[in-house]
Design a binder for this molecule. Structure first.
Ligand SMILES: Nc1nc(=O)c2c([nH]1)NC[C@@H]1CN(c3ccc(C(=O)N[C@@H](CCC(=O)O)C(=O)O)cc3)C=[N+]21
Length: 287
């Protein structure tokens, strides 16, 4: 049995982070320290872990990171005011509101309040619209990270059939758009798609973003396909597992991303990338 080439997100992420760190140094020489504000509402343990990772990654390359912790019961208006104040803060170049938010808060309203100039998550309606039109904007970090993984692994995209499994606003939908911009033929599938394996079997590239552990098995995958696993699920032992049944699928795929160590580290890498981009822009606008 042949086994797939493993696309190493830790390694590729590290390489990109090095070049982002160089840009941070250049900015500091010019008197600007890139700053990222992360707003965390409530005390969801998973969210706390992610946020801690983001902060550590910022510090490692010299980005200033400010954590704003708000209680679970915080009012929507208070949260919006916090964002408005960060929109006006000179030393903050990126704002990230950790999702999900408590159910009494309107997520759409919160995201739309983040200034598009500081929307380093790429979630605001302005950013999404610009991305759809192929205009310059902050790209959402996870799909952006997947594009970088494909590029670094030397995967050709033009003319390939990419099948996206999952249609979330933050992964599935933008993922298809970015692949389309690189001339892939894109098929979107989701929980209401009948006969899913018959469609994913036609894919040259599969992006799994369904949020169901081990959902994509060898029955879904054509021999030689590239399989990207965006899933981050926890098993009964609290171990991180993807949406792809790795042991099975690596026997048929040509390339595969592991979980952990695949897409996850790239998401944070592109967040750092976008934050530095924003700081560079602020500098050129001052002149
Ligand atoms: N506004 C907002 N923006 C986000 O980007 C955002 C969010 N909300 N809410 C939650 C999700 C989740 N997310 C992850 C980022 C990195 C890893 C990551 O680095 N994972 C490591 C493993 C980490 C571990 O071991 O726990 C890996 O896959 O190798 C995972 C998950 C960003 N998210």
């Amino acid at each position: 049995m042949s086994s797939a080439i493993i696309i190493n997100g830790n390694e590729i992420g590290q390489e990109i982070r090095k070049s982002v760190a160089d840009r941070v140094m250049k900015l500091k020489d010019q008197g600007v320290t890139p700053g990222l504000a992360v707003i965390l509402v409530g005390d969801n343990p998973a969210s706390q872990t992610y946020v801690r990772n983001k902060q550590k990654s910022c510090e490692a390359i010299g980005i200033f990171s400010e954590l704003i912790k708000l209680p679970q019961e915080v009012s929507e208006e208070e949260l919006l005011n916090q964002i408005r104040s960060l929109n006006n803060s000179e030393n903050i170049h990126g704002i990230l509101v950790q999702l999900p938010l408590p159910s009494h808060i309107n997520e759409d309203k919160v995201i739309a309040t983040i200034s598009p100039e500081k929307d380093v998550d790429g979630f605001s309606p302005i950013s999404v619209g610009k991305m759809m039109l192929g205009q310059e904007t902050y790209l959402p970090c996870t799909p952006f990270g997947v594009m970088k993984l494909l590029e670094h692994a030397g995967i050709d995209i033009a003319g390939k059939h990419a099948v996206i499994v999952g249609r979330s606003h933050i992964v599935g939908k933008p993922m298809g758009q970015l692949l389309l911009q690189k001339d892939a033929t894109v098929t979107y599938t989701h929980s209401k798609t009948p006969e899913l394996p018959s469609i994913t079997k036609q894919a040259d590239i599969i992006v799994a973003a369904v949020g169901r552990p081990n959902f994509i098995t060898k029955e879904h995958v054509k021999s030689g396909a590239v399989v990207i696993d965006v899933g981050i699920n926890r098993d009964e032992n609290n171990k991180l597992i993807g949406d792809v049944h790795f042991a099975e699928v690596e026997q048929v795929a040509s390339h595969i991303t592991p979980v952990p160590g695949g897409v996850g580290p790239m998401t944070i890498t592109m967040l750092l990338f976008n934050t530095v981009q924003s700081a560079e822009k602020s500098l050129s606008q001052d002149k």
